[in-house]
Design a protein around this ligand. Structure first.
Ligand SMILES: NC(=O)c1ccc[n+]([C@@H]2O[C@H](COP(=O)([O-])OP(=O)(O)OC[C@H]3O[C@@H](n4cnc5c(N)ncnc54)[C@H](OP(=O)(O)O)[C@@H]3O)[C@@H](O)[C@H]2O)c1
Length: 295
């Protein structure tokens, strides 16, 4: 059975583990603290510790690795930019050294672009406008040098996370929990994303771990949508008044350090998906699927 070491046991790492298990593979999660809500095997690891990375790879003996660890909070990175760069750089260097040629996939971000363009494909020049994007770009460069690697840049990822997760929830979950309680949400009408369902990210990442994936691939959903329009779609799905969504300028709130466009496009993705019979769902379908499965 193919064993995958997933470094990062958070929202995305756990979804990937579930997908790999469903495919009959053998995922092992790694992070500093044990994750909640998963029965996947887990090992403790601080990816910034080179010796620990070597020991864990030796102990787990994975066939392939996925780097999907934090810090992932854009606001935290902006407040401590040097630490953000140092952590992502050290983790990428430590894990590629420990991987010693094993297939390695980095989950990166659309924040490597400055957000001035509504569409960024794999040929667009990178130019991060925030510390998070700079940190991830450092990691991308290290992973890109590794022998058998793919950098998978993913746009905003969404799905259910428990309201009490003790972290900044993804945009969909944060809106849906508040709107269900009848509470207002503030959403910028001047910040656009190409959101992707977390289950679709897991499916595509699992495919990227296999043979024939390009060294750089963009994964964005088919819809480019403002956060405000997206929050209104969630309100519609829940049957609560749209007036609970307060349209605000991005500069006024917690999304100030996000680029105007966190959007990804890719012809490469279309052919990659078509060759494997896969597809990535749009916002209307994604919101409907999530609300039907509401916890
Ligand atoms: N969520 C998105 O919309 C999105 C979009 C594009 C790309 N990504 C990328 O996907 C990755 C994960 O995102 P997420 O939403 O799943 O984040 P998350 O829920 O915050 O999970 C991050 C995970 O990384 C672990 N971690 C943090 N520092 C670590 C370290 N030094 N060593 C080992 N593990 C560490 C955390 O656990 P401990 O703190 O216990 O170690 C946690 O399990 C990030 O790299 C992010 O750039 C996310």
């Amino acid at each position: 059975m193919t064993r995958t070491l997933i470094v990062g046991s958070g929202f995305v790492g756990r979804a990937l583990a579930a997908r790999l298990r469903a495919e009959g593979a053998d995922p092992v999660l790694a992070s500093r603290r044990p994750p909640a809500g998963t029965t996947t095997s887990w090992v403790p690891l601080d990816a910034a510790d080179a010796g620990a990375c070597a020991r864990v790879v030796d102990q787990v003996a994975p066939d392939r690795l996925v780097l999907v660890h934090g810090p992932s909070d854009v606001t935290w990175c902006e407040a401590d930019p040097e630490r953000a760069v140092a952590l992502h750089t050290a983790a990428a260097a430590n894990l590629t050294a420990a991987a010693a040629g094993r297939r390695t996939v980095l989950i990166s971000t659309d924040n490597v672009f400055d957000g001035s363009s509504p569409a960024n494909d794999e040929n667009s020049p990178t130019s991060p406008a925030n510390a998070y994007g700079r940190a991830k770009l450092h990691a991308e460069r290290i992973i890109g040098e590794a022998a058998d690697s793919t950098v998978l840049r993913v746009s905003l990822i969404y799905g259910w996370e428990p309201a009490e997760a003790g972290k900044w929830l993804n945009f969909f979950a944060s809106c849906a929990h508040r709107l269900r309680r009848g509470e207002p949400v503030e959403a910028p009408d001047d910040q656009w994303t190409t959101p992707v369902l977390v289950e679709d990210v897991a499916t595509v990442t699992a495919a990227v771990l296999g043979a024939g994936a390009p060294a750089l691939l963009h994964l964005g959903g088919p819809d480019r949508i403002s956060r405000a329009a997206w929050a209104e779609a969630v309100a519609d799905g829940l049957g609560v008044p749209r007036s609970l969504v307060r349209r605000v300028p991005k500069a006024a709130g917690r999304y100030a350090s996000r680029p105007t466009n966190t959007c990804l496009t890719s012809d490469r993705l279309e052919s990659f998906l078509a060759a494997r019979g896969l597809r990535v769902r749009g916002v209307a379908e994604g919101v409907r699927v999530l609300l039907e499965a509401a916890p």
